[in-house]
Structure formats: C-alpha cells, structure tokens
Design a protein around this ligand. Structure first.
Ligand code: BGC
Length: 762
C-alpha cells in the first residue's frame, strides 16, 4: 500500500460521557475481555474488526478526532470508554516506513534502510538477522508504532516477480529460519511482527485476483513450510493474509488456510489481518478467521448488515474481537509507552553495515583480483556506481536520510576515483532527476545506461589502475518485470562490460563488476569477461560502505546465494507459466513445477545453473573434516558435527550447508534438499571450529498428498555437507528400516483445477 498519511484517533464523545458511567464500564486490561466485548454495541463490534485506514485521513468517522503520524500503513480502531487504545501498524521488511517530514516533527524522523530480505538471507546468519530485527524494532517502538508489517516470507519462485527483494529465498527452510530470527529480534522490543503475505503472493501481476493453482504437496513442502517454521519458532503477534487466491479462494476468505492450518495444525494464537484492501467478501473473511480487515472502514456497513440479516453470527465477530483485543493489550500504545522519537540511528546504521558486509556475495574472483592490494586509481563506470540502490520500491521502501554511493565510499577508503567519469555520471544522474516529473528518487534506477564510446572508455581506463562497473536494477510492489528489461543486460550494458574489459585487459588492468540488483539476472553471457563479480544486491543505505570494505579487504566476503542464478530465463521451471494465463490478463497461474522450485528443479533435472544455490566465494578457503553422524531411529533424530578449518590467509566465516537426499521408492523427491545450515564464527587462518546440526522427523519426511500425511520413508538417506549445493565436501548416510508416519494433517486446500505437475518419473 503506497498511501502515505493515516490517522489515529480519540473518541471525542468520550470526554462528554458521564464519569460515573465510564467507571462502571468494563475496561480492557483490567476486566475480563469477554465482559469488554459484551459491553460493545454492534456498531462498535464492526468498527473494531475494521481498521481506521486511509479513509480516516480523508473521511474521519463521525465523532473521531485525529492525531497524525504520516506514512504509516494503518491503525486499529479505539474505543476509549472501554479502555481500548488504537494501535499503529507500519511497513515494512527493510526497515520502518514512516514519513520523516511529518508536520510538527522537531527534527525529521528518518529510519535506517537495512539490507533487503534477500541480502539478510545471503548472510545465512540467524543471530545477525535477529540483531537487525532488534535494531529495526527499536525504531518502531521509539517512533510510536506498535507493529512492523514484516517479515515478508513468500518464496522467490521466479526472477521476474516484482517483490523478490522483499522475500528471503527460493528455499523454505532458509526463508523460515530467517523469518523466525527477524520476528524474535523485532518482538524483543515489545512491539509486534506481522508475518506476510500468507500465502503464495509470488507474483504482482493481477495480484488481487490471480488464482494460484498449487498441489497440496507443493503448498505444504514449499509455500507453507517457511511460514510454518517462522510461526512455530517465533510466535509472531500478527499474520497477514495475502491478496491472491489459492486453489480458487482468496486466502483472506479461506477458513482451511486461516483456521484449519494456521490455528488448528500450527497452533497460532495471534491475530490475522488482511493485506490492504484485499478480498471481496467481508463476511467470509470474518468466518475464515481473518480477524482484522485493513484498512477496513469501507466494510463496516457490509458487516453490520450481515449480522442484522443473520448472514454473520455475532459470536464469530466476538471470537475475532477477542483475538484483536488480546493483541491490543500487548502493544506499547496500550501500555502507555512514552516513545522518544529518537532511536539510536548511529548504532543502527552500524548494524545495517554489518549485515550488508555479510550478505554481499563474491561470485567470481579470477587470480585473486580482489581484494585490491593498493589504493588504486579507479575508473568507475555505470550510473548506479554514483546512485546506489539501497532497496526496492513500494511498501518495502524506507525513508532513510542518506545513502552513500560507491564513488564516495571508495574515496573515503583512500581510492582515487577518476574525476571526469565521476563528473559525467553525476551530471547524467542529476539531469535525470531534474527531468523526472514524479518519481525523482528512482529516476536513475529505471533510466537506461548512458552510451560511452570505445574511445572514451579507452581514454578513461588509461588514466586508471583498475575499473569497476556497476549494473543496477530496481523493481517493486504492484508490477512484475520482463525478461528483456530486467533479467537480460541491455545492449548498452553488455557493450560497456565488453569494452571496459577489452580496454583494461589490453592494458594489463583488472575489471570488477558490481551487481546492485534486487533479484536474479542473466550472467552466463558475460560473466567470464571481468576479473571479479561482487553481488551487492540491494544492501541498504550502508551497502556501498560495505562494498568498499570488501573491495579493500577489511572484510572477507561470506555471503552465499539464497537463490539460484539460472543460465537463461527459459531454464526457470516456472518460465512458461509465469505470471499465468491468459497471458494478456492472467486469471490462473498453474504451479506445474510442483515441488521443483529453484535448486530442487535444477539439481533433479540436471539443468546447469550459472551460479548454484548456496554458492559464494571467500578471500580465504575452508577445509571440511571429521563429519560425524549419529542417527537415532526411535527418536527420528540425526545429530551431526563437522570441523571447519580456515586454510587460507584471511580471516573469514563459512556457511556450512547440510543437504539431504531421501529414498524415492515410494514417492519422488528432489535430488537434494537443504535441511540445516550453520555459519561459523570468524576464523583466523589456521583456526578451526566444530559446528553441530540436528535433523528431525519433519526434515526427513515428505508430504503425501492423498493421505495428507508427513511420512518418513524407509531406505537409505544421504547427508551431504558442503560449501554450496554443488560443492559437497563430505557425505555420510544412514538407513531407516521402517516407514514412519509422523503427522497426519487435514485434507484441505485441494486445487480447483488439475495441476499437470512435473515429475522425474515421466
Ligand atoms: C502490501 C503489504 C503492505 C500493505 C500496507 C500492501 O499493498 O502488499 O505488504 O504491508 O500494503 O502498506
């Protein structure tokens, strides 16, 4: 939701009420919640299940006075005479999104733009992500908000999906662990996290109506799994249902999803809110267990009539209100927290820097081109070298104070940036911003790369010791990208890479390409040209600072890919079905690839990727030794240990990845699946660390569609421990003598069309 100004309110008539009356009304937090609900009028009941959304700003409900916090997403209704305070919900996944220049602010209320979720996942470091959540959540608390609408946990199914940067990974385990860490960090501040968008909001094209048709197995194993992990491991206060339909029904109106799975099977006790303006039938949303409708005001009359005409039972309203009130009593606003409007942004910026440094991923480094040994003269090419993109657009965007670009951070690090190139690009960027009528902030991100002649390139590289080229991409909420304008390099970009490499290599100089992108792009056709490639992703407002630290060798890169870089777009398993059919205006999106998403597909169907899932280089190297596995069949638990030794010359951290290959006699399985990961501490050259991991029944099992059971089959299981999905260093195996059914779930969410799923057996 990109609207900017929302209001929350106090009930004016409350002051007019007789103090005696107030005294005898039950009060939230003091009296039994059921008695508070019983004291509400029907109108108040429908008010409380609907937000005080955008409407309030333009059209305040009668009797409401408004207090304004600019830029929040919405707030919940207050009933002061029952002691019910409003609560404030704000976006989003890369940091708090409020308007810094709200009228009345003594100083601007800036927030830190943290690295996007994809970068956080690239750190594979759950304690670091928890630290980021803690810092982010402190801004939420100190700027007077109650809930951050984050983390966003959808699966990166296709590189062209507009919101990929907001999501963690193509893998549900990595996604779930990251989401859980983020929730724990956020909620350690006493504010709430909102896990979203539940479920399968994997595309933006027709996002409010698209019907995602997904087999129950793919739903359970891929699309629901990350949410399940995060909800079970971190207890978020709120879950946000998504815009899309799944197997025929809007998620916000789907009782099987919001009640049977979320509450009955997973034990979620919190509140469910809709995404903003989603769904078509408020009554169905109420029945489904979607407690809060956001921004909601426009649905009040509909709900009122539904109760009066017996379409909606008041007891359902009461059930949902109780969950809402249980949420309200936890909030800082209810507890009358005096926020300062002054979080420690300096400390938080350092956390953002640390996360960027661990998330940035080294994709190629021929002949140890990086780190640059001397403080060289740099010929810096590419518009986004001078206009760093810290994050994507839409509700996942943050209003930060300042982000440095690579030209500045390189200079601060002692490099000399070629002055005439710098002045050319800065002038180019300025003129784009001046010419832009509306979106000046993103004018450079979405503009074409300027054309430089081979002579100019030769002249500028001749005056420098090394060249760096940044390729930038942006995308955001509300629209998906196209292969031509996002995934592929434009002709100008390709020529730039080719010419700079040619010219530098003729002069015996090195070239580094920096990718400042939000989602996967094509690399196969040009990746052999430069000497090094650094994947910066959209690493927040400190991203370019982190890049400089890595380039000069103060930090050893330790990021690993949370998503596969395919060789070509047509290799993506959803390439022919995304974003649905009919192509001109999609209604249905068939998930024909089933469970074969990302590396699960590439590995099982022998499709070679450009960069594999889990891949990422370091300046040092690690030796893996002494894998020990201990399997306990009665407890269905595998405990493992492995020793990592830094065998190189730089300090560094390693991400140890544990993949499982399960038997396929009775059910087909992906070639391998990530089942555990551990990031080591920073190891000095020669230093070792033994890391432990544990796999349980669910990690070993598959979801059997027909019986709706999680089954651990009998047979041989292979454990593969390595530095990426394609770089397995040590292996072990164990045998399971019997089949075990470890969980029986409800037979729900059946597809409303046949899904012709891909199979390794065909
Ligand atoms: C987005 C959500 C966001 C909400 C409130 C919606 O358009 O899908 O992710 O939290 O708006 O801004």
């Amino acid at each position: 939701m990109k609207k900017t100004t929302i209001c929350f309110s106090t009930l004016l008539i409350a002051s007019a009420l007789n103090a005696q009356v107030i005294k005898h009304l039950p009060q939230l937090g003091k009296d039994n919640t059921d008695s508070v609900i019983a004291a509400m009028t029907l109108q108040e009941k429908v008010n409380i299940v609907t937000g005080l959304g955008d409407d309030t700003w333009t059209n305040p409900p009668q009797g409401k006075a408004t207090v304004i916090i600019n830029g929040i997403a919405g707030c919940t209704y207050d009933i002061p005479h029952l002691g019910i305070t409003p609560t404030v919900m704000a976006d989003g996944p890369a940091g708090l999104r409020i308007d810094p220049l709200s009228s009345g602010n003594k100083k601007p209320h800036y927030c830190i733009a943290y690295p996007t979720a994809t970068v956080l996942a690239s750190t594979w470091n759950t304690s670091l992500v928890e630290e980021v959540g803690k810092a982010m959540g402190n801004e939420v608390l100190e700027y007077g908000c109650d809930v951050l609408l984050s983390p966003a946990m959808n699966i990166q199914r296709n590189p062209l999906a507009g919101r990929n940067f907001e999501y963690y990974s193509e893998d549900p385990l990595l996604s779930g662990k990251m989401g859980a860490a983020m929730v724990r960090g956020l909620q350690s501040n006493g504010i709430g996290a909102c896990v979203k968008h539940f479920v399968a909001n994997n595309q933006e094209t027709n996002r409010k109506s698209i019907n995602e048709i997904i087999s129950q197995r793919a739903l359970r194993e891929i699309y629901l799994r990350g949410f399940e992990i995060a909800i079970k491991e971190s207890n978020p206060w709120v879950v946000m249902s998504s815009y899309n339909r799944v197997n025929g029904f809007h998620t916000a109106e789907n009782r099987e999803l919001l009640t049977t799975i979320l509450r009955d099977e997973w034990g979620f006790k919190g509140m469910v809110t809709t995404d903003w303006w989603s769904g078509t039938d408020a009554t169905s949303q109420m029945y489904a267990g979607n407690d809060m409708l956001m921004p909601g005001c426009y649905q009040r009359e509909e709900l009122l009539q539904a109760v009066k005409t017996h379409r909606l039972s008041e007891s359902i309203l009461d059930r949902n209100i109780k969950r809402i009130l249980n949420y309200v009593v936890q909030t800082p606003r209810f507890k009358n927290y005096h926020y300062t409007n002054s979080p420690d942004l300096t400390a938080h910026a350092l956390t953002a820097l640390k996360a960027a440094e661990e998330g940035i991923t080294l994709l190629s480094n021929k002949n140890n081109c990086l780190p640059l040994k001397k403080k060289n003269r740099v010929a810096l090419f590419g518009k986004t070298s001078y206009s760093f993109i810290p994050g994507g657009t839409g509700s996942g965007e943050v209003n930060y104070n300042y982000t440095a670009s690579l030209n500045e951070t390189l200079k601060q690090s002692g490099f000399k940036v070629n002055a005439s190139l710098e002045s050319y690009y800065i002038h180019f960027a300025d003129s784009l911003r001046t010419a832009a009528k509306e979106d000046k902030k993103h004018a450079v991100d979405f503009a074409k790369e300027p054309v430089l002649s081979p002579e100019t390139i030769r002249r500028q590289t001749a005056q420098s010791d090394v060249a760096i080229i940044t390729v930038g991409r942006n995308a955001g909420e509300g629209w998906d990208r196209k292969e031509q304008d996002y995934f592929l390099l434009s002709d100008t970009e390709k020529e730039l890479v080719e010419e700079v490499c040619k010219s530098c290599h003729e002069q015996g100089k090195k070239v580094i390409v920096v990718l400042n992108i939000g989602s996967v792009i094509e690399t196969t056709s040009w990746k052999e040209l430069p000497d090094a490639i650094l994947l910066a992703w959209q690493s927040g407002q400190k991203g370019a600072d982190a890049l400089a630290e890595i380039i000069k060798g103060n930090i050893t890169p330790s990021g690993k890919l949370p998503v596969t870089f395919p060789e070509k777009y047509s290799d993506v398993p959803s390439a022919t079905t995304f974003p649905g059919e009919p192509a001109a205006d999609p209604i249905n999106s068939f998930y024909n690839e089933g469970i074969y998403v990302g590396y699960r597909y590439y590995d099982s169907f022998n499709v070679t990727p450009s960069y594999a899932f889990g891949y990422g280089l370091s300046y040092t190297n690690f030796k893996y030794s002494n894998l020990q596995l201990n399997f306990n069949e009665s407890a269905l638990t595998l405990k493992g240990k492995v020793t990592l030794t830094n065998a190189g010359h730089y300090n560094g951290k390693e991400v140890v990845q544990v993949y499982l290959s399960a038997p396929t006699d009775n059910i087909e399985k992906p070639e391998q699946e990530l089942e555990a990961f551990v990031k080591t501490k920073e190891l000095k050259p020669g230093e070792s660390e033994t890391v432990c991991f544990e796999l349980h029944g669910r990690s070993l099992s598959s979801f059997w569609n027909d019986s709706s059971e999680w089954v651990v089959d009998k047979g041989i299981y292979q454990i593969k421990v390595g530095a990426s999905s394609k770089d397995i260093r040590l292996q072990g195996s164990f045998i399971l003598k019997q089949q075990h059914v470890i969980e029986k779930d409800h037979y729900v969410l059946q597809p409303n069309y046949e899904v012709k799923e891909l199979s390794t057996h065909k």
